[in-house]
Design a protein around this ligand. Sequence first.
Ligand code: TYD
Length: 224
Amino acid sequence: MQASSPAARFVVLEGLDGAGTTTQTRLLGEWLRGLGLGVHETYEPSPGPIGLLIRQALRGRLVARPGRGEARPPGNDVMALLFAADRMDHLESEVLPALESGRWVLSDRYYHSSLLYQSLDGDQAWVRALNSHARAPDVTYVLDVPAAAAARRRSGRGATPELYETDPIQLRLEGLYRELPRLLPGEPIAVLDGSRPPAEVLRSLQADLQRRFGLAHPGAHAPV
Ligand code: TYD
């Protein structure tokens, strides 16, 4: 990295299932690398051991069997604890070392997902407390997409719906994501229109990062 490079930042992308956070994380990573910056792209649930366990729960392969009765997904509190444990493991093993080595970290989801998804049927203050030791991002982008549009994108993928991928849940989350800046007023959170074509969404993200952190203008050539 060049001596004049801006400090490494921790950037989070958030939104409904099907909002486009995975695509935009990848595109932003390519762009930042093109500017000559070191970048670590990552996601939650993380690729670590607790993240893998969570993925089993999301796909219905890790179940609770209350009183040895019918199998059902682990309860909300169990999920909140698993996500929080995965986050601290992810921070310790990936995010903080990457930042310390001067790389930008782009995370597809972070504690904002827990504050919204795990509070739907639970105690938000408790979910916040569980996540209170997690380093705050330098900026979080919510890709705002109507729940119906996100559902169309998900059905286009043809995968079996996961635990939270139901219309009623996603519809509640749609409104909650728009309220996120008011829920966390001390944090830099920008809500962007994620329903536009990916290249346009990327341009908004680039413009905001440029303004916020003094990066090269979108489209500028990488330093040689
Ligand atoms: P997602 O990013 O959709 O993974 P993939 O696209 O690979 O399936 O995340 C999986 C699900 O986990 C998604 O429905 C959101 C949910 N989730 C929570 O409920 N809480 C959390 O803290 C996180 C990180 C994710």
